[in-house]
Design a protein. Sequence first.
Length: 412
Amino acid sequence: MFRAIFIFATLVVLSGSAFAQDRASVERQFQGWLKQTVWPQAKAKGVSRRTFDKAFKGVTLNWKLPDLVPPGTQPQTPKRQRQAEFGSPGKYFNRGSIDGATSVGRQMMQRHASALAKVEQDTGVPGRIILAIWGRESGYGRVSIPHDVFQVLGTKGFMSTRADYFTKELVAALMIAQAGHAPESAMKSSWAGALGQPQFMPTNFLEYAADGDGDGRADIWGSEDDTIASIGTYLDRHGWVSGRDWGFEVTVPSSVSCTLEGPDQGQSIAKWEKMGITRVSGRPFPKHELKGEGYLLMPAGRSGPAFIVTPNFYVLKEYNKSDLYALFVGHVGDRIQYGVGDFSARWGAVGGLYRSDVAVMQRALEGQGHDVGGADGLPGFKTRRSIGRWQEGTGRAATCFPEASMKSALTP
């Protein structure tokens, strides 16, 4: 018995040693990649060797970042969902986040009334929407942003599921440093590499950052007016439709299938109304919206609030690809300006499945010919309505959201 324990302990030590050696080898490959791949691309964009060396001085891989694919390994669907925007809908709309973004947003609406009015006049983007994004992204500049942007983007550019994308962002971050847009201490980012108060990825900074205070610089780190102008510019250039709302919470009768969800199944809001869909407020849809296209949105399927959203909702998704994110922004903006209350319908106890389990269901649905939008473990609208279509096709009531019992039913 003692011999077995000794052998096991020895194997653990050897295994740990081999793991450390493997990491050391990967770190050396990373340094080689920086010199052989990143440096030539950065140099071609006007980055000096001095800027490059300063950016990566002492930088090593951050092994704690999600979705890493070390050399010699294969991408795998993570078991757990680490990004709140794609997790449980109810948790995303927690009391603290909603109330905090709303109360501070109202203060900011008064403090920056002239800047918000100017940006709305220039871009058509309502001030309440800009404020809600600002609040969600950085708590109106109050949230600490802790990571070294060069380490984050370097790690994800070298070994992640979207390596090419993050390599491009890394070169853009070096261009920002080269141009002196931000002091060295400001080159901190989120775990995904986003910068400043509006949390712009580096390429977005280079393309959309705007000078809101007239000092000739676009400072998304220290200037609140520049932050406001930059968010408005981003949404404007991504197609914000002036004069239209983002959406409305509605009641969807049982006669309207949840499988009708999605931006590719739009029709005039007047037609949705004729199908029996009504606003939860009891008020009619605004007359100017009736002829415009609307889309059914049911982020938790039949287990949560439902909405008719406009094209502007999908402009919000250009800021962050999550339905919940865009919904949070629209809702908080309405709370800030109009004082609306909570959603009428409650979020059900859904969204707690492992991401890896959702991916199993998605692959099974793909095998049956459904378009789930990719087996990534994220229940987007294509996955939700595919589940609903499978449920209807097998004689079940359509709920349009993954549930634990579906895994065995889909993969007998």
